[in-house]
Design a protein around this ligand. Structure first.
Ligand code: NDP
Length: 289
């Protein structure tokens, strides 16, 4: 008998992550884990789902905590022996009015959104089964053209990010360089934009391409890694300003998580909220949110 399929959503307790949970627990042919850094908020979300007639399991997972990640990966390995879907949704964003110094915002945003996501992937990827799907939530801010600081440095950075031979270590090095320049106050001259969030999302978009290349050479067949811009969505992150509902925001990330086993595309791609594939290197990005 084939093993029961297993899906995992990070930051599933609210916002777009909760929207993805609704979609996956209704449509995924297997068990869906709602993970959250806070057990109380996670269990409350499981209750919300059950009121909708949907069922999911809960496990604690803080993507910013190495021990939490290891505990979760060990649990999945021991309980299920493998994993079929990973949705990297959890992320943070400072509000525009935030008063923390730019360098501090850069350090925290890159640590959670890029290094946290990467740590989860490194822990869970060995468990992925053939034809697994990885869906990472990026942003319109994660398009390569958002690297728009001073020239010629910005173009040199874009070339590095889009290189078909970029490695995870080189990507981490670029992220660390940004944090350092942000702390020194010289980020713009070094080519970086004024948004720490944009840099973090360009980072996970670049990571998606690197990860797909690695899976293309992996003995496990058919694993697809993609990322998407969910749209401008009404959540706590946007202080309720986004015009899209969480259900609408969940469309692209859920589509990528539920790609049927026989498809070859999209692979290593960057999608818009309406599921269209956008050229991440050259653009243009569609105009609507
Ligand atoms: P919310 O702030 O509403 O939700 C973020 C989720 O991530 C929460 O569940 C939060 O948990 C969780 N989270 C934050 N840090 C961690 C951590 N260290 N470990 C585990 N979970 C964590 O944001 P959205 O729903 O709006 O955002 C979801 C995704 O969509 C993010 O990747 C975001 O960048 C992206 N996005 C959102 C857009 C929008 O318009 N809303 C636009 C483009 C991209 P907790 O409740 O504990 O804080």
């Amino acid at each position: 008998m084939a093993a029961q399929k297993v899906a995992v959503v990070t930051g599933g307790n609210k916002g777009i992550g909760f929207g993805i949970m609704k979609e996956l627990s209704a449509k995924f042919d297997g068990l869906v884990y709602l993970t959250a850094r806070d057990e109380g908020r996670g269990l409350a979300a499981i209750d919300e789902l059950s009121k909708l007639g949907l069922s999911a399991r809960f496990h604690q997972l803080d993507i910013d905590n190495a021990e939490s990640i290891t505990t979760f990966a060990d649990y999945i390995k021991k309980t299920h022996g493998g994993l079929d879907v990973l949705v990297n949704n959890a992320a943070i964003a400072y509000k525009v009015a935030a008063t923390e110094p730019f360098g501090e915002q850069a350090e925290n945003t890159i640590r959670v959104n890029v290094f946290g996501t990467l740590a989860v992937c490194r822990a869970l990827f060995p468990l992925l089964r053939p034809h697994a799907r990885v869906s990472t939530v990026s942003s319109s801010a994660g398009h390569l053209l958002r690297i728009n600081g001073d020239e010629p440095a910005a173009s040199a950075l874009k070339q590095k990010f889009s290189s078909p031979t970029l490695t995870e270590d080189e990507l981490c090095e670029l992220m660390n360089q940004f944090v350092q320049k942000a702390k020194e106050g010289t980020w713009k001259k070094a080519g970086w934009p004024n948004s720490t969030y944009a840099v973090s999302k360009v980072g996970v978009s670049a990571l998606t391409r690197i990860q797909q290349r690695a899976f293309d050479a992996d003995p496990r067949p058919g694993i697809l890694v993609n990322c998407s811009h969910p749209g401008y969505v009404n959540t706590d992150m946007t202080s309720g300003k986004g015009p899209l509902t969480i259900e609408e925001g969940a469309v692209s990330p859920s589509y990528l998580a539920l790609l049927p086993p026989d498809v070859k595309e999209p692979r290593g791609a960057y999608l818009w909220y309406d599921k269209q594939i956008v050229d991440w290197v050259n653009g243009p990005t569609p105009s609507a949110y």
